[in-house]
Write a protein that binds this ligand. Structure first.
Ligand code: SAH
Length: 198
């Protein structure tokens, strides 16, 4: 018999994680709005990606957490899920914090190149080109572990996965157009999201 506990514990872990995420991002979001941009991609594809990702990582799980829907997808919540989910969430938040520190002024929600954009290749960017996306994948994974509801749990992986695969190729092309061989060399010695693997 697995030791089960109330799904409320999973919901609380999810809420703490999301609040932590907002606290980390807030100052960067404010600064980002104030910095001048040279190039900006907010076409329909970017808009769609951001919408699907927000739905899967935010809106669908929030409906589950606050309204308990959809009920048909509920399953029992084990204590191992609570422990593993909290650990993955913690790791995601740490990595998210680090990526914001390392990217600094070069960060933005959509694909943009700033007037004084610098290519960051240090810190968590040393071995992986998209550590912030790694952090989002970890968040989506934590959501799947910590919410005992198939629909709300998996929505994050589907939502963020859509954004990731629609965006990552464009982002790398934009960076290569802007930084040329400097970025192409950087691509040769780094992985996309998992050090040494992908
Ligand atoms: N893909 C990165 C960054 C996400 S934020 C990650 O997952 O960590 C998106 C913005 O970051 C893009 O608009 C791009 O201009 C910028 N960016 C991406 N990689 C960068 C790098 N290595 N150095 C500087 N800016 C970068």
């Amino acid at each position: 018999m697995l030791p089960f506990m109330s799904p409320l514990a999973g919901k609380i872990i999810w809420l703490i994680g999301v609040i932590g995420w907002f606290v980390i991002r807030y100052p960067h979001d404010r600064r980002s709005r104030r910095t001048a941009k040279t190039r900006r991609d907010v076409g329909p594809r970017e808009f769609f990606s951001l919408a699907v990702s927000t739905l899967g990582l935010g809106i669908v799980p929030a409906i589950y957490v606050f309204a308990g829907l959809p009920r048909f997808a509920d399953y029992p919540f084990s204590i191992f899920q609570a422990i593993a989910g909290a650990a993955v969430f913690g790791f995601a938040l740490w990595l998210f914090y680090r990526t914001h520190k390392d990217l600094g002024r070069n960060w933005s929600v959509t694909l943009e190149v700033r007037d004084e954009h610098k290519l960051v290749t240090n810190g968590v960017y040393n071995r992986v080109r998209h550590p912030m996306y790694s952090a989002f994948w970890l968040w989506a994974l934590a959501q799947a572990i910590v919410l005992p509801n198939w629909f709300a749990g998996l929505a994050g992986l589907v939502g963020f996965g859509t954004l990731f695969f629609l965006r990552v190729g464009n982002e790398e092309k934009m960076m290569a157009d802007t930084f040329g061989d400097e970025y192409r060399d950087y691509m040769k010695r780094t992985a996309r999201i998992i050090p040494g693997i992908y």
